[in-house]
Design a protein around this ligand. Structure first.
Ligand code: DLL
Length: 433
């Protein structure tokens, strides 16, 4: 079922008209209400009136994650604070996360986008949806929640974790749709097997998975192990959370909700806009948001845009599933972490050298594991196990409390980590995705 045919099956000409009208309003709004954007426009020597056509969007400077951090916490809010009804933040818990503030209208947009997303996976108001995305500042949990509520489906807000209970609930409640990260779905499959629960006998028939990279091979594995149809769903905190784009039953690219989120793909070196079909960095403009609207946000995600005559009947532009990112951000069990955040912690802990290597892998349970090898200072290195163990514990605890991830820390002797003549290779990613 197509949730919002007016938007999802719009004539592309009408869609463009809608986009330009909303872009003009947006530019006017942020210029007048958000000093951060006024300054950007002034520096680029443009005025809202200069944006007349969709192509004119290219005159507007990009917005980057680092700039957003500088506006922490409320520098991007384009409305009176009384209008804000909900706040979320990016999952990478640096000192300064990116805050996303939603007005009632934004929650409405989010609910509609997520109802479209769930419908693309075949969900209707009759479905029982087990939502194993984390609830909290992370947008996965509440995003799915609002979409399911909008559809009038039955939502089971179980959140992430507590795997055995997830299986029991899935079986006992007669759950038909699962939402979580792709890696967690495989973990659930394994846990179910251990509990003697056979997916073929459950009512589960589809799943919406996203928030981390995964491949088509992994999709096939999930579909096989859980006996379901697995759909890729994409989004990011800065834009709205999940609900930016999703796969329909054709599973050939993700339909972008382009009436809300205007996509562009650019050459990340030159910033120049690329035509449909050419791979580059995805950029989004939130056409209709009012809480924290964003112009030309550089996602760092790599894909290309295309339009096809989709068998599902939707006419919206599509993006190929992501090829990866063009920065070094890692996504570990759904938490976004930059190597520089780990480095920051290490340099603050006495006894360690800033020589380290991060090893990412997937355990037998299909969940991400992160190991960090850290060199200990010559003067600090000791045969005394207790002293070394204390240091290891301190690093483990600091990483856990500051970044929210459980890393296996291995202390190594001075000068054992291979030195590089160019860029140090900080991350070894052994995950097969
Ligand atoms: O991960 C929002 C989300 C929640 C999407 C639930 C889908 C489902 P952030 O934590 O801000 O938001 O992380 C956004 O995650 O820029 C991508 O690099 C990555 N990502 C999200 N979805 C996918 C996907 C949420 N389907 C960052 N495939 C994005 C690959 C994805 N990577």
């Amino acid at each position: 079922m197509i949730w919002n045919p007016d938007a999802e099956q719009a004539d592309p000409k009408d869609m463009r008209q809608h986009q330009i009208e909303n872009l003009r309003k947006l530019v006017e709004l942020v210029y007048n209400r958000v000093p951060f954007y006024k300054k950007k426009f002034d520096q680029a020597n443009i005025k809202p009136e200069d944006i007349k056509t969709l192509e004119d969007i290219q005159k507007i400077p990009f917005t980057t994650k680092n700039e957003l951090r500088e506006t922490y916490p409320y520098g991007l809010v384009a409305t009176d604070m009384e209008e804000i009804v909900e706040l979320h933040a990016s999952s990478g818990t640096t000192g300064t996360p990116v805050v996303d503030a939603y007005t009632e209208k934004d929650i409405d947009i989010w609910s509609d986008s997520m109802a479209r997303t769930l419908s693309m996976a075949g969900a209707t108001h009759k479905d029982i949806i087990q939502n194993a995305f984390g609830y909290g500042l992370f947008t996965g949990g509440l995003g799915v929640h609002y979409g399911a509520r909008r559809m009038g489906a039955h939502i089971v807000p179980i959140s992430a974790g507590n795997t055995q209970r997830q299986i029991a609930v899935m079986r006992d409640f007669g759950v038909s749709i699962l939402t979580c990260t792709p890696s967690y779905s495989l973990y659930l499959a394994e846990a179910a097997k251990e509990m003697g629960v056979d997916f073929n006998k459950l009512k589960l028939r589809a799943g919406c998975f996203g928030a981390e990279p995964w491949s088509n091979d992994m999709r096939l594995e999930i579909e096989d192990k859980l006996s379901i149809s697995a759909h890729d769903i994409y989004g990011l905190t800065e834009i709205i959370g999940p609900g930016v784009s999703a796969e329909c039953e054709a599973k050939n690219g993700l339909h972008i909700n382009e009436d809300y989120f205007y996509p562009e793909v650019i050459n990340s070196e030159t910033g120049e806009a690329l035509p449909e079909g050419e791979k580059g960095e995805l950029v989004f403009t939130t056409l209709t948001r009012t809480g924290t609207p964003i112009l030309r946000y550089r996602t760092r995600d790599i894909t290309y845009l295309f339009r096809d005559k989709c068998s599902c009947g939707r006419t919206t532009i599509k993006m190929h599933r992501l090829y990866g990112r063009n920065d070094d951000m890692m996504i570990i069990r759904g938490v976004n972490v930059f190597p520089s955040q780990i480095e920051e912690i290490l340099v603050q802990i006495e006894g360690t050298e800033p020589h380290y290597q991060i090893i990412l892998s997937r355990g037998e349970n299909h969940l991400d594991e992160i190991g960090i090898e850290v060199e200990v200072m010559e003067s600090f290195f000791s045969d005394e196990t207790r002293k070394m163990e204390e240091l290891r514990k301190k690093i483990t605890e600091t990483v856990k409390s500051r970044l929210g991830i459980s890393a296996r820390i291995k202390l190594v002797e001075p000068k054992t980590i291979v030195r590089s003549e160019g860029k140090a290779k900080r991350v070894i990613d052994k995950r097969k995705i």
